[in-house]
Design a protein around this ligand. Sequence first.
Ligand code: NI
Length: 254
Amino acid sequence: MEFFDSHAHYNDEHYNEDRDNLINTMFGDGITRLVCAGYNVASSIEAINIAKKYDHIYATCGISPNDIEDFSEENLKKIEELAKNEKVVAIGEIGYDYYWNKDKKDIQKEYFSKQIEIANRLNLPIVIHSRDAYIDTIDMIRNISKVNRKGIFHCCQLNQELIKNAVNEGFYISFSGNITYKNAKSDECIKLVPLDKILIETDSPYLSPEPLRGTRNNSANVKLVAQKIADVLNKDLGEIAYITYKNANRIFNI
Ligand code: NI
């Protein structure tokens, strides 16, 4: 059985001690494709460096709404140049975070929109980070900046209205370890997503699924996310692995 972790951060310092060893071990354990996501200029460069080293790893580059100090015209140009690398499969993570940066909505809007334009110029999909901002996020992709190649709601919040609207706009929904948490109310959210739009991710090193919550995450744990989806949809783990693998290849054009 093979799994595609659609979003992880092996560019994070939490892996400095054992990055290569871990990546190789996970590969042997069935994690045969993964996307290493950037969130500012430095982490985007690092994501590409890791992707260049491994055939089965791809990268995204972008400036997240939690890296506002990186917002500048000069850095947008850097992201656009970096994104021309052949291992870059999406622009992201980009979007809105009103949990951490509620008082800086205007600048988040400006840089979210400008990075969608980069994605459109390079014919890449986007990876959206949207936290406590679903109305404005849907407004962005529906009314402000059309996204030619669509994209992914990464680590999608378990909000039925968000998921319905995102799916309506043709976007993919990527579930993470949060669907395994108690009181997550994930079942109804999982059932709302058409099978050809579901992805699985770990968002490593964060968000370890139950029963590993609180520990450093890694892509092998994406199996626990897939298992939860399989249980809710009454399907085999292998079928969910296969479907999500195919979906990830399609949206990332691999
Ligand atoms: Ni992330």
